[in-house]
Write a protein that binds this ligand. Structure first.
Ligand SMILES: Cc1ncc(C[n+]2csc(CCOP(=O)(O)OP(=O)(O)O)c2C)c(N)n1
Ligand SMILES: [Mg+2]
Length: 667
């Protein structure tokens, strides 16, 4: 949708770009904090992109076929806020700009996912916006095959030196090059400046050469030359490879004393330099003042998309009602009732067949059950497909030049995978899940965190969830990860005990539209525990699995592969006349959110001896079992050895529970 320069506006380009520069400068000045350097440097690129190329309609920010624009260098947030204000997003008001960085404003320090205000994703943690964009481009390519004619848009990114230095940019860009995501276009703000000074202090890469080596289409331009920006963007659009446009820019462009220096990166310029910049850029207007001709030109760029969107609505109406519904349901993330029915059938069968399975195998069975019924599910793994049990047979893969498949080999790129999954969920039409070893959830943690912050339905399948993985040893054995993941707000960290709980957890994960989920799954087999399946008991996070016979003395809490140990201990205690209940706690996070009455019922009275069993560190368990509670778990790192031996070695056994309880009770 390239517009030619003369047709776009009678207002000179410089004035349009300067409107962005001064909104950023004035907002930073008023807030007395923030980053105007990037908006000033990239104003020319952004102006050309928004005025001539970007397909968007501010009156319908969630139009599914809009181009996506991601400011990966989120510190330059004022650029995005200014663009969205000028082009007419109703939610991005002048008042919001004037309250930049203030509590409760729509203009936080770094952009936070807010579709109404035109913010496609949360950015600020450098590198991640670019990786998220790769996921958006994958989603677009997939949806374009599934819904031919209804999805056909670009994903544009502005990325900075910091983005390029961050490791995740390497993972994500390498994947994008491999897949050949031709509609991903990245403008690299190649200003050679970062916070500490010139990038030469720490960064000697030839970034364009690096991207060329990934298989990208690469161009180098003067980022202040509008004709060059437009020509490069048009060339990028028509090239079948992902495109990097390295834009040589001057940070703080227009500031007489700070331009081109690291001092332009952040902080208010101060009244004198601000006045001098107004002078040098010939901007004789007051703070936040946009002359009418400039405002109406910008608004006209925003208004242009409405006709394109309406034409798209007509296209949508012209496809078969079935396809229309399919599209709408996919975008809305509707889960068909058939999925619930199939899961019920699976659970019902499990209640009688009682299979002894590793929970990763149970997860594989759940996927086999629902994958064909839910085309929005796109699976994948960071090169651990056979270990994660994430792939369902009989479905094609997403591969270079072939995007209609349902499974992605992400390569050994945990962070890139998880950030890309966020991008797919944000794009809409996809419910992504991806597998990795749980120990390496740390490699992906910043993406898991952003997923939670953005309230995205993303499912992180983390297998090999304890010392139970055995011989790979302590480097691969998570001990602190459950606690660390449970600590992330909004995230649901789930550790199911058997096939029925695994099915329940999967059901919760796919049906919760605004929360990501960790599925912590085992390598080793465990016996089936549940015989009832009608009520999803995992939904409350914890529940009484076995009630004590007679007067209760002990309550044992356990998760995942340790629940059967709790049940064994209960039997052994019963032989000694000690009555114990067993609580299974597949999701700590959901449990602590329940009302007092339910929590108190499950936690039991103070008179009971409380025991927690989890093959992980105690951190967090005091809130369940109290400080006096007995914890049977890990005190430090694991060891390499067969799993059954390790459980004995670390004293995570039913005998250990029984001994600890009997000695506590003096029996
Ligand atoms: C992961 C991460 N680490 C550190 C920061 C803090 N930070 C913000 S901008 C920046 C670097 C600035 O350099 P560059 O990316 O080139 O931006 P420019 O100064 O050119 O605007 C840093 C370290 C961050 N936002 N994210
Ligand atoms: Mg820079």
């Amino acid at each position: 949708m390239a517009q030619d320069a003369a047709a776009i506006s009678s207002v000179a380009h410089d004035k349009l770009a300067n409107a962005l520069r001064f909104l950023a400068l004035d907002a930073v000045e008023k807030a007395n904090s923030g980053h105007a350097g990037l908006p000033m440097g990239m104003a020319d690129v952004a102006t050309v992109l928004y005025s001539r190329f970007l397909k968007f309609d501010p009156t319908d920010p969630s139009w599914p076929d809009r181009d996506r624009f991601i400011l990966s260098a989120g510190h330059g947030s004022m650029l995005l806020y200014a663009l969205n204000y000028l082009t007419g997003y109703e939610a991005m008001t002048l008042d919001a700009l004037q309250h930049f960085r203030q509590t409760g404003s729509r203009t936080p320090g770094h952009p936070e996912h807010d579709l109404a205000a035109g913010i496609e994703t949360t950015t600020g943690p450098l590198g991640q916006g670019l990786a998220t964009s790769v996921g958006m481009a994958i989603a677009e390519a997939h949806m374009a095959v599934r819904f031919e004619g209804l999805v056909d848009h670009y994903t544009y990114v502005i990325a900075s030196d910091g983005d390029m230095e961050e490791a995740v940019s390497h993972e994500a860009s390498s994947l994008a090059g491999h897949l050949g995501l031709g509609k991903l276009i990245v403008f690299y703000d190649d200003n050679s400046i970062s916070i500490d000074g010139p990038t030469s202090l720490a960064f000697s890469d030839d970034t364009p050469a690096r991207f060329a080596a990934y298989g990208w289409h690469v161009q180098r331009i003067d980022g202040h030359n509008t004709a060059a920006i437009a020509a490069a963007t048009a060339a990028a659009q028509s090239d079948p490879r992902p495109s990097l446009i390295a834009c040589k820019t001057i940070i703080g462009f227009g500031s007489p004393h700070l331009a081109g220096t690291h001092e332009a990166h952040s902080n208010a310029f101060g009244p004198e330099e601000l006045a001098a910049t107004r002078e040098s850029l010939n901007w004789p207007y007051g703070p936040f003042e946009i002359p009418e001709d400039v405002m109406s030109a910008w608004r006209s760029f925003g208004a242009r998309g409405a006709a394109v969107r309406q034409a798209w609505e007509e296209t949508l109406k012209s496809v078969s009602p079935t396809k229309q519904n399919e599209f709408k349901n996919a975008v809305a993330g509707v889960i068909p009732a058939t999925v619930g029915d199939a899961l019920t059938a699976l659970k019902k069968d499990a209640a009688t067949s009682k299979p002894k399975l590793a929970t990763r195998q149970s997860s594989g069975k759940v996927l086999e059950t629902i994958f064909g019924l839910l085309p929005e599910l796109i699976g994948g793994s960071a090169d651990l497909t056979p270990s994660n049990n994430t792939k369902v047979k009989g479905f094609p893969e997403i591969a270079p030049g072939s995007f209609g498949g349902r499974y992605i080999h992400y390569g050994v790129r945990e962070f890139g995978m998880c950030a890309a999954m966020n991008g797919m969920a944000l794009h809409g039409g996809i419910i992504p899940y991806g597998g990795a070893f749980m120990c390496f959830s740390d490699y992906a943690r910043p993406a898991i965190r952003l997923s939670a912050l953005m309230k995205q339905r993303v499912i992180f399948v983390m297998t090999h969830d304890s010392i139970g993985l055995g011989e790979d040893g302590p480097t691969h054995q998570p001990v602190e990860h459950l606690a660390a993941l449970r600590a992330i707000p909004t995230l649901m960290t789930m550790r199911p005990a058997d096939l029925i709980e695994t099915a329940e957890c999967w059901e919760l994960a796919i049906t919760h539209p605004t929360r990501p989920t960790i599925l912590a799954l085992s390598r080793q087999g465990v016996p089936a525990l549940r015989e009832d399946y009608e009520v999803n008991k995992s939904a409350k996070g914890a529940y009484i699995l076995d009630k004590a016979e007679g007067t209760e003395h002990v309550r044992i809490f356990a998760t995942g592969t340790e629940v059967y140990l709790a049940r064994d201990a209960r039997k052994m205690l019963a032989e000694k006349g000690i009555n114990a209940s067993v609580v299974s706690m597949p999701c700590y996070n959901l449990f602590v959110e329940q009302d007092d009455a339910y929590r108190n019922e499950v936690l039991g009275g103070r008179d009971l001896v409380k025991v927690g069993i989890e093959a992980a560190v105690r951190f967090g368990w005091d809130s369940i079992i109290g400080q006096e509670g007995i914890f049977i778990g890990m005190k430090g790192f694991g060891e390499s050895g067969p799993a059954p031996e390790l459980y004995k070695h670390f004293n995570i056994t039913a005998e250990a529970v029984t001994d600890a309880v009997t000695s506590r009770l003096g029996k």
